[in-house]
Design a protein around this ligand. Structure first.
Ligand SMILES: [Zn+2]
Length: 90
């Protein structure tokens, strides 16, 4: 009911256009998704364009799933389905 100052841009939420910041772990909320190192379609959602694993703050995963995910990504790298780093700079 009570509307806080909507015209004010300095609201509580700084409108980060990064990702939809779901606080729920995607794997916990959706049991259909399985963390699999062969499932690069899923894994790709959790790496940056350069192939780095996204931090938990951004993905919103829980600790155990984030661990599992990181492991899967590393495994995927091993069998070369995913790049270590997309760019060869540095
Ligand atoms: Zn989880």
């Amino acid at each position: 009911m009570m509307e806080t100052q909507n015209g004010d841009k300095q609201s509580k939420y700084p409108q980060r256009k990064f990702f939809h910041r779901k606080k729920f772990c995607r794997f916990c909320s959706d049991s259909n998704i399985r963390i699999d190192y062969k499932n690069t379609a899923i894994l790709n959602n959790f790496v940056t364009e350069r192939g780095k694993i996204m931090p938990r703050r951004i993905t919103g995963n829980c600790a155990s799933h984030q661990r599992e995910l990181a492991l899967a990504i590393k495994r995927a790298r091993m069998i070369a389905t995913m790049p270590f780093l997309a760019s060869d700079s540095k």
